[in-house]
Design a protein around this ligand. Structure first.
Ligand code: HEM
Length: 474
């Protein structure tokens, strides 16, 4: 990899790096998003920063991100291989796998399997609705009072992806589920945080028992938990009759035994963890953001409820198809995703060869950060870039319309492979809960604080919601 001492000619501009530290002292490592925004204003749509001597190139507009991740997808679809995330585990699953046959094979398998299990089809929908009924029961118990919904939403999201992966759900009080969720949310805060940067910048410190060790411990424990699930599946499966993702992978493994493929049981263990990790914190933090905004924009909540009541009149439950008749509600969900900015810096990419972008040279192995934050509020892309306003997704006739710059799932061949599942989950949870309950910002809660806690995913600060049963639903 290049270092700033050997900076290539014509590299993207940025603040001058200092020896040893690079640009570390130029930013607030507990939440550098504001600093990145400042640099984008100063240096433009593409700039570089160094941690120690290692360069990172930031892409800060829809146009640049599209040019890199879509038009020049082959050059920009790698994953960095020499940083903390990659040292967490030897097996790469799919999120951390570099561009190449292993990644391609595993990604294709996941997309196919998730589809067979009903992404966009009824059976997946039933699984999600089943899980939501447990959430509704929990909220119902608390009606008239206030709750902090954080664990609730984390558990629901974890159970839904769990139903896909290993076919069963855990009770919300189950210790296994609680540990799973806790480890995943903690890892999300450590990666992207200051300790991660220190790990990557100062390799000599890696052997010390510093807080980054916690992420390694958590990954080990999570992998052991997955191993026990895998073993349990192996003893109960009927080959050729898969019940879930694990069974499908084991079937695939049987088929590919002798073809020298990259499919292997230890890859599967990491793969399960990948999907749990990618599917839990993302969806639940988006839901947390949704209810934070809905409580503080009661007119938006009421308008959704009116639309939902009309479309669902006489029906037992919502179905994903109903979204076509709910343009306003759909617009609100998209607007929530836009302001939630749940994965602010996407997952880091890496160049697979020496390449060029917007006239700048970028050598092979350079870490590329698609700064989705800048796109989701980019002036010129949105009618109301800086305020919460569902009109960002509605045309003059009140029909739903999605601007091209809506890329919370990123774009190009590496874009989120759980998008279908996530969108179905968000819609069904959102609509079911709003139909049943009214959510009110508690009188004693003071002014809402919309500033999220930084990590791989952004998390709203803990809040409470007051729950009222709605009388319109039997
Ligand atoms: C990757 C966002 C839910 C599985 C990503 C990326 C983003 C993202 C920004 C990085 C793409 C890139 O590298 O360019 C989100 C958001 C979600 C969500 C905002 C929810 C609101 C899910 C769910 C799953 C999932 C439910 C589980 C099925 C993945 C996987 C990758 C990924 C496996 C890695 C893809 C690859 O490297 O090829 N997601 N995601 N995500 N997501 Fe999601």
């Amino acid at each position: 990899p290049q270092t700033f001492q050997q900076q290539p000619k014509n590299f993207p501009p940025g603040p001058r790096p200092l020896p040893l530290f690079g640009n570390l002292l130029h930013m607030d490592m507990t939440n550098p998003l504001k600093d990145f925004e400042k640099f984008a204003e100063q240096y433009g749509k593409i700039f570089s920063l160094y941690t120690g001597s290692k360069p990172y190139v930031f892409l800060n507009s829809f146009e640049v991100i599209k040019e890199a991740l879509v038009t020049k997808a082959k050059d920009f679809s790698g994953r960095p291989q020499d940083c903390m995330t990659n040292h967490l585990t030897e097996n790469k699953g799919v999120i951390l796998a570099d561009y190449g046959p292993h990644w391609k094979d595993h990604r294709r398998f996941a997309l196919m399997t998730l589809r067979n299990f009903g992404l966009g089809k009824q059976s997946m929908e039933e699984r999600i609705l089943g899980e939501i009924s447990h959430l509704v029961a929990d909220l119902d118990k608390n009606a008239g009072g206030t709750v902090n919904p954080q664990n609730m939403f984390h558990n629901v999201a974890s159970n839904i992806i769990g139903l896909v992966l290993f076919g069963s759900r855990f009770d919300y009080k189950n210790e296994f589920l609680q540990h799973y969720v806790q480890f995943i949310t903690e890892i999300s805060k450590i990666l992207n945080g200051p300790w991660n940067v220190i790990y990557d910048t100062l390799p000599l410190l890696r052997i010390l028992p510093l807080p980054f060790k916690k992420a390694f411990d958590h990954v080990k424990k999570l992998k052991n938990m997955n191993l026990s699930l895998l073993n349990e599946h192996k003893s109960t499966r009927v080959p050729g009759e898969p019940r879930d993702f694990i069974d499908c992978y084991l079937d695939e493994l049987d088929k590919r035994k002798n073809d020298g493929s990259t499919f292997a049981e230890d890859q599967l263990i990491m793969y399960i963890l990948d999907l749990q990790f990618a599917g839990t914190d993302t969806t639940s933090n988006t839901l947390l953001t949704a209810f934070l905004y809905l409580m503080n924009h009661p007119e938006v909540q009421a308008k959704c409820q009116k639309e939902i009541d009309g479309v669902l009149e006489g029906k037992d439950h919502a179905s994903y198809e109903d979204r076509h008749n709910m343009p306003y509600t759909l617009a609100v969900i998209h607007e929530v995703q836009r302001v939630a900015n749940t994965v602010p810096l996407s997952v880091f990419h890496c160049t697979t060869k020496d390449t060029e972008l917007m006239g700048y040279n970028i050598p092979k192995g350079t870490v590329i950060i698609p700064n989705l934050t800048t796109v989701l509020k980019e002036e010129g892309q949105w009618k109301f870039p800086h305020e919460f306003n569902p009109a960002n997704f509605l045309n003059e006739q009140g029909q739903f319309e999605k601007p091209e710059a809506f890329i919370p799932f990123s774009t190009g061949p590496r874009m989120c492979l759980g998008e279908g599942l996530a969108r179905m989950e968000l819609f069904l949870v959102f609509v079911t809960l709003l139909r049943r309950f009214q959510f009110v910002w508690p009188d004693d809660a003071g002014e809402p604080d919309y500033t999220p806690v930084y990590g791989v995913t952004l998390t709203p600060k803990p809040y409470r919601m007051h729950i009222r049963r709605r009388e319109t639903v039997k």
